[in-house]
Design a protein around this ligand. Structure first.
Ligand code: FE2
Length: 282
């Protein structure tokens, strides 16, 4: 089968047409999809209709899947699937505009994910886009002096500050001290080399990067703020307008994302996410 790959942005993101993921994907098609993923960092499929089993099966083509540190957000019948919904009963991660800050997922762990595959089941007719930033392009556009400054630096990442901020705002339940103690600081290179493409990407994010190893906090804050502002300029950003049946797969090593608001009282928004295990960034 030959796929049609259409760019959706100048530097990254492409739509892949010509495949029905529910009927399974043969090896040759998977090779094309994987290549498109590496070339574009984010791939988009429209009009898909997948069961939970099919979503998991497609995701497994990219590697081993992982759950989430907060296990009650996982689908009981399919613990590989994280449910994000604003019509949450127990066991659903509240989609309350909680992800409305720029981040790569789970960089507060030693081995952050390779990427995620987000499948839209129910979406509002307006609002609720997801924005993505190209962290290869952001790195490449830095001036030489800044590149020299950040190459070799080590960033400090944690979930604690972000979670506490959301818990204080009533957006997340308070967790036990034992659970909080599991979230220790981890260190990642500020500039990583992508293990598949060999390209360099900036790997700091507003969500979870809270310092730079060996740097005074005020100086680190100033540098991080400068890098966040740089990376999220319009020219590096694609905003995805969701339709039910859309699948968006992002490479978590070279992109960031940020939720945008919608009317949570008026509209339901329900997504399923699988997450593929990565390797330690270097
Ligand atoms: Fe996220």
């Amino acid at each position: 089968m030959s796929l049609t790959i259409t760019p959706l942005h100048d530097t990254f993101v492409a739509a892949i047409e010509g495949t029905d993921l529910s009927s399974g994907v043969d090896d040759a098609t998977m090779d094309e999809i994987r290549q498109a993923f590496h070339d574009n960092s984010i791939i988009v499929f429209h009009g898909q209709d997948l069961s939970n089993d099919q979503h998991v099966a497609f995701s497994r083509h990219f590697g081993e899947l992982q759950g989430h540190t907060v296990s009650h957000w996982l689908l009981p019948s399919h613990p590989e699937i994280l449910v994000l919904s604003n019509r949450g009963r127990g066991g659903v991660k509240p989609l309350d505009n909680g992800g409305a800050y720029w981040h790569s997922d789970i960089t507060y762990e030693e081995v952050p994910p390779l990427g995620s595959i987000l499948y839209a089941l129910t979406v509002p007719p307006e609002g609720g886009n997801t924005m993505f930033a190209d962290m290869y392009a952001a790195y490449e556009a830095l001036d030489d002096e800044t590149k020299e400054q950040v190459d070799g630096l080590i960033g400090i990442h944690t979930y604690k500050q972000r979670y506490l901020k959301m818990a204080e705002g009533g957006k997340r339940p308070k967790l036990s001290d034992e659970k909080m103690a599991e979230w220790t600081d981890v260190e990642h290179s500020v500039v990583l080399t992508h293990p598949e493409t060999g390209r360099k990407a900036l790997f700091v994010n507003e969500g979870f990067t809270v310092g730079i190893k060996g740097m005074e906090q005020a100086e680190a804050d100033a540098l991080l703020e400068k890098l966040f502002a740089h990376s999220t300029q319009d020219r590096f950003v694609y905003s995805h307008p969701w339709k039910a049946g859309d699948i968006v797969m992002w490479d978590n090593r070279c992109t960031m994302h940020c939720a945008t608001p919608y009317d949570v009282e008026k509209y339901e928004r329900t997504m399923h996410r699988t997450t593929i295990r990565g390797t330690k960034p270097v």
